[in-house]
Design a protein around this ligand. Structure first.
Ligand SMILES: Nc1nc2c(ncn2[C@@H]2O[C@H](COP(=O)(O)OP(=O)(O)OP(=O)(O)O)[C@@H](O)[C@H]2O)c(=O)[nH]1
Length: 260
């Protein structure tokens, strides 16, 4: 079973896309030692769980086709620093390289949850300085080890909600599907973040084509676009104007559905 919290409200998203330019996404896996970063990476790349993984820092490239679009995932499976001074540290290079982050803890290891909490804070602080909005997903791994659970699902969810991150609880050992969902969700969020960066003029086209996901920031951008549209071109009964009130009530419903 996979537990998931969506960081923001999403509307229908996936439609067949053809002849679209290739999408490249740099994804950094972070987290303490032994939480399953390599297991998650290898599961995604090969669909297999092999049990033991060498402690080697690696960047993998993985090509896929999703909804008719070519995707290249570059996945950096990082090593947690041994040097106590660097604990929780994320280098500038890693921050600049990454389009999105997967922060992994083990549900059996509270210390690893605290590491993720620290790393989320560090990334968010750095992002403020860099004006970056690369999305984050928090993953509680080893869900198969319920009898050894030390971190509740609610704690994971609350951390994710408080920092506007996605959240999944999975078992890399037991199933491929949950791992796949993590990477695909992050890809969607990366594409959403890129669309937001392009500016509100771009959103109008994207939203009207019904070809994208609505997130909280996107809703704000739509509202700005809508105001601008009204100013330039008052709505007529024949035009479909974006309905932000629907968006807000749906957002409320989503929040209710994810709160414990
Ligand atoms: N039961 C269980 N064991 C897992 C799971 N995922 C990984 N493991 C085990 O946990 C151990 C550590 O997994 P790794 O993938 O090497 O963890 P890592 O975070 O990459 O560790 P470092 O390389 O030290 O940073 C291995 O023995 C894995 O077999 C899981 O979902 N369930």
């Amino acid at each position: 079973m996979v537990v998931q919290v969506e960081p923001r409200i999403r509307y229908s998203s996936k439609r067949m896309e053809t002849n679209q330019p290739k999408v490249e996404a740099n994804i950094l896996l972070l987290g303490a030692e032994n939480v399953g970063k390599s297991a998650l990476t290898v599961r995604f790349l090969t669909r297999r769980f092999i049990g033991e993984y060498g402690s080697i820092e690696s960047i993998y490239s993985h090509h896929d086709k999703i909804d008719g679009r070519d995707i290249c995932f570059n996945i950096w499976d990082s090593l947690y620093p041994q040097n106590a001074e660097e604990v929780g540290h994320i280098s500038d290079r890693q921050l600049q390289w990454s389009d999105g982050f997967i922060l992994v803890y083990s549900i059996c290891d509270r210390a690893s949850f605290n590491v993720v909490r620290q790393q989320v804070q560090r990334i968010r602080q750095a992002q403020q300085k860099l004006s970056s909005s690369a999305p984050l997903i928090i993953v509680g791994n080893k869900r198969d080890l319920q009898h050894r659970r030390a971190v509740s699902s609610e704690e994971g969810r609350l951390l994710a909600l408080s920092a506007d991150c996605g959240f999944f609880e999975i078992s890399a050992a037991e199933a491929y599907h949950g791992v796949l969902m993590v990477f695909h969700e992050l890809l969607d969020l990366i594409r959403e973040a890129r669309a937001l960066k392009k500016g509100t003029a771009g959103f109008r086209g994207i939203v009207r084509s019904g070809n994208w996901i609505k997130g909280a920031d996107l809703i704000r951008a739509e509202e700005t676009a809508e105001r601008e549209q009204r100013r330039l071109d008052p709505p007529s009964p024949h035009k479909k104007v974006l309905d932000s009130s629907t968006s807000h009530s749906s957002r409320e419903e989503t929040r209710k559905s994810v709160l414990p």
